[in-house]
Design a protein around this ligand. Structure first.
Ligand code: GDP
Ligand code: MG
Length: 302
């Protein structure tokens, strides 16, 4: 971990915004490497950890709040997932509300979302896509949004060009609670992708087996390998506590785990836009839920 004498800070920041506001683009800039998914399609980002940004001595864990803020909700979200998303918002120290200023009737379209913004923690307003509108318009946007909600601060940014994004990091890094980092520095680059992939598999297991397993099994991504032809090999271990549970997850002749693997692979291929070779292993580990290392992971995943 980091030097114990150095004053570090660490915390969760939820990033909220309508589909296409530029959340993934912003996170890629804040994190400094491409860990999130940018796509012109909507609803591509629905996993909780979006990226981890390091700024000065702060570790800023950016999280998503799937389901809550989607206007209309063209995709039916599991109730449980929405509950988890509310917890995410609950756990975070800050929220960043990202607004696409190039969108017509932006304030009106954001009203339902503004109603759900947390009142018990600071919310930052980030007006995005400033490269597409005139400066006078921006000032009018800033005034109108600030009238609609008591934002702690307003930022004008272009996530695509990276303009103004550092000022958000400065603000967050200067305000997050002092404490140790939650992630090892050298794990940061691929950790979000690994967690995201594990979360996808866990969700498929949950969807298939929530009536048969007393809890959702834990999934850990062990290996992540890129090949020259663009494909990615991902190996994951599914941890359960008992042999009987292992049998349930495997299914008759391995049919269940095969189906789980297929569903997870298809989603991963869509997200990473690459051919994925997904290998799943099911392992019995006694009392995994009591191991502190696992609890730490669960704390981020549950
Ligand atoms: P998300 O749905 O909120 O995650 O939005 P994305 O990050 O996937 O971005 C949606 C679209 O907006 C993509 O085509 C981005 O390239 C584009 N975009 C994001 N930020 C900006 C910006 O600052 N300026 C411009 N012109 N386009 C942007
Ligand atoms: Mg996105």
């Amino acid at each position: 971990m980091t030097d114990p004498d150095k004053k570090t800070s660490c915390g969760f920041v939820s990033v909220v915004g309508l589909p296409n506001a530029g959340k993934s683009t912003l996170i890629n800039h804040l994190v400094g490497s491409k860990v999130s998914i940018v796509s012109p399609k909507t609803h591509t980002t629905r996993n909780r950890i979006l990226g981890i940004a390091i700024h000065d001595t702060a570790q800023i864990i950016l999280i998503d709040t799937p389901g809550i803020f989607d206007a209309g909700g063209s995709r039916t979200m599991e109730k449980a997932m929405v509950g988890v998303a509310f917890d995410a918002l609950e756990d975070s120290e800050f929220a960043v509300h990202l607004v696409d200023v190039s969108m017509k009737n932006s304030l009106n379209k954001n009203r339902a979302l503004i109603d759900k913004l947390p009142k018990n923690k600071p919310v930052l307003l980030a007006l995005n896509k400033t490269d597409k509108v005139k400066k006078e318009e921006l000032l009018a946007f800033a005034a109108a949004f600030n009238e609609a909600f008591p934002y702690e601060a307003t930022f004008m940014i272009s996530a695509l060009k990276g303009h103004g994004t550092k000022t958000i990091l400065d603000h967050l890094a200067g305000s997050l609670t002092t404490g140790p980092w939650m992630f090892e520095e050298d794990q940061i680059t691929d950790m979000p992708m690994r967690l995201m992939a594990a979360e996808i598999t866990r969700e498929k297991i949950f969807n298939q087996l929530h009536q048969e397993l007393p809890y959702a099994a834990m999934v850990h991504t062990e290996e992540w390998e890129h090949f020259d032809n663009g494909s990615i090999k991902i190996s994951q271990t599914v941890f359960v506590e008992r042999d009987t549970q292992k049998a349930i997850v495997l299914g008759k002749g391995g049919a269940r785990i095969k189906q789980i693997g297929k569903e997870a692979r298809e989603e991963l291929e869509q997200i990473f836009d690459a051919r994925i070779h997904l290998k799943l292993f099911v392992k019995v580990q006694d009392n995994w839920a009591e191991r502190s290392e696992n609890l730490r992971l669960m704390g981020l995943l549950e």
